[in-house]
Design a protein around this ligand. Structure first.
Ligand code: ACO
Ligand code: OAA
Length: 448
């Protein structure tokens, strides 16, 4: 232990870089400009995330968020399939992958192809169920994705048709693997029964996922809500951490499974997709420590305590709040909140919903007071309400972040195809300036 402690001290000392050096060399920390906008690093035809406007001098003007999948506004897409009374994830995935909305025949064929592709390769299925020990479903999913490489005879074929075939297969298999991995984890770590349900081809992606998790015990509203959550999480431009990871790894001309395993590692992070579970844990902490959930002063004081690193997990983060692009609102959080309220009423959890809504209202005010008037404009992001929705759906919390992956696999695949096939592609290789002094090599015998 003492040796490791010493080693860690030395590592930390030799890793630290003065913030002023970033200014001196004009390096954008986190690839973010001083006005909080992102450094432009790529072009895409897939998703467009709009979080602010600019005035004639180029200054950022906060605005309500808009999200477009292949040029179509997300809220219009959602209203479209909701109005028809059908599920929308298959349509969204088709749109993201192909660039166009499907006609009825194309949607039928694509849906049937997805349903067929849900079956896992037999050797893999048996092997996985028996050997998938692990405590983290995201990591189990990443390992399974790498395992699928072995089952794919065309794993290294980068033709557009093959990339699409692999994409459809992964979109179809992700929910199945997550359900099996969850039950495998529960079996090996919590000593509970191992439940294996076979995927049902006649069900939509959302229904089939609920079926594999809970059997037939789900309502129409629950399936509709999960479908909406999948559509809302399917894509978010090229710059979000996991899609950018997919693009960086894909730009080196590696295989689909390696690129997607890397994206999963990114999404798991607590500042990205992992925030949905962090929000639920934070809310549990708030519920325990705030006596009156309707008292604005008491709630605000506790949020300030979180920012001061004196409460919750001590990181100073209010999870589910803030976004790299959105300022006044995240359109996905707006759409999810609407439905979350409906669901909370049905489930008798309106008190909790109201506490979420109060925190959504108070967090930006508390944040500005704490950070000062030049701080960035923050709002609730998609992760703020999603965990609450999954709680209402009685989905185990171990798979909150995996659900994000089940949805985002469509966006990752679209970005991979764009990165690999685009005629203007180049390996992504930015520059790092070395700021450490040059030292002389000292022979081992002469060192202290
Ligand atoms: C699907 C998604 O990935 S949505 C995002 C999910 N993540 C979360 O909800 C975690 C909480 N939020 C955050 O950490 C951030 O808002 C992020 C990571 C989402 C966006 O980050 P950025 O746009 O890079 O903002 P950045 O982290 O530079 O924030 C600027 C400052 O505000 C602070 N800040 C931003 N959001 C928060 C927050 N929710 N709580 C506390 N402080 C925050 C940062 O710590 C930073 O402070 P500093 O200048 O003193 O270092
Ligand atoms: O865009 C981001 O930085 C994070 C996000 O909301 C997402 O990936 O859905």
């Amino acid at each position: 232990m003492a040796f490791l402690k010493e080693l860690a001290k030395s590592a930390v000392q030799s890793c630290d870089i003065d913030k002023d050096l970033y200014l001196k060399y004009n390096v954008k920390r986190g690839l973010r400009n001083a006005d909080f906008s992102g450094v432009l690093v790529g072009l895409t035809n897939i998703g467009d995330v709009v979080g602010y406007k600019r005035d004639e001098n180029g200054k950022i003007i906060p605005a309500h968020g808009e999200l477009y999948y292949r040029g179509i506004e997300l809220k219009d897409l959602c209203r479209g399939f909701q109005k028809d009374g059908r599920h929308g994830y298959e349509e969204a995935a088709y749109l993201l992958l192909s660039g166009k909305l499907p006609n009825p025949e194309q949607l039928k064929e694509f849906t049937e192809m997805l349903a067929r592709e849900r079956e896992l390769p037999e050797f893999f299925s048996k092997n996985m169920i028996l050997s998938l020990r692990g405590r983290c479903v995201m990591n189990m999913l990443a390992r399974s994705v790498l395992g699928l490489y072995t089952a794919d005879d065309e794993a290294e074929n980068y033709s557009p048709e093959n990339l699409l075939r692999q994409s459809i297969s992964l979109i179809a298999k992700f929910p199945v693997i997550v359900a099996y991995a969850y039950y495998g984890m529960r079996h090996s770590y919590q000593r509970k029964s191992l439940i294996i349900r076979h995927p049902q081809p006649e069900l939509s992606a959302a229904e089939n996922f609920l079926y594999m998790l809970k059997g037939k015990k789900y309502t129409k509203l629950e399936a509709d809500l999960l479908d909406l959550a999948l559509v809302l999480h399917a894509e978010h431009g090229g710059g979000n951490n996991s899609s950018f990871t997919t693009r960086v790894v894909s730009s080196a001309q590696t295989d689909t499974y390696s690129a997607i395993a890397a994206a999963l590692g990114s999404l798991k992070g607590g500042l990205h997709g992992g925030a949905n579970l962090k929000v639920v844990n934070m809310m549990n902490n708030i519920k325990m420590n705030v006596k009156n959930w309707e008292d604005e002063e008491e709630v605000a004081a506790y949020l300030e305590k979180i920012l001061r690193k004196e409460a919750n997990d001590g990181t100073g983060k209010i999870y589910g709040i803030g976004h790299a692009i959105y300022t006044l609102s995240d359109p996905r959080a707006v759409l999810l909140k609407e439905k979350a309220e409906e669901l909370a009423k049905e489930k008798g959890r309106l008190d909790e919903f109201k506490l979420y809504a109060l925190i959504e209202k108070l967090a930006p005010e508390v944040f500005y007071k704490f950070k000062g008037s030049n701080s960035k404009v923050v709002c609730a992001n998609v992760d703020f309400y999603s965990g609450f929705v999954y709680q209402c759906l009685e989905i185990p919390e171990e798979i909150y972040t995996p659900i994000f992956a089940v949805a985002r696999i469509a966006g990752w695949c679209a970005h991979r195809i764009e990165e690999v096939t685009c005629s203007s592609r180049r390996i992504i290789r930015p520059a790092y300036k070395a700021v450490s002094p040059k030292l002389k090599y000292v022979p081992l015998r002469n060192r202290e």
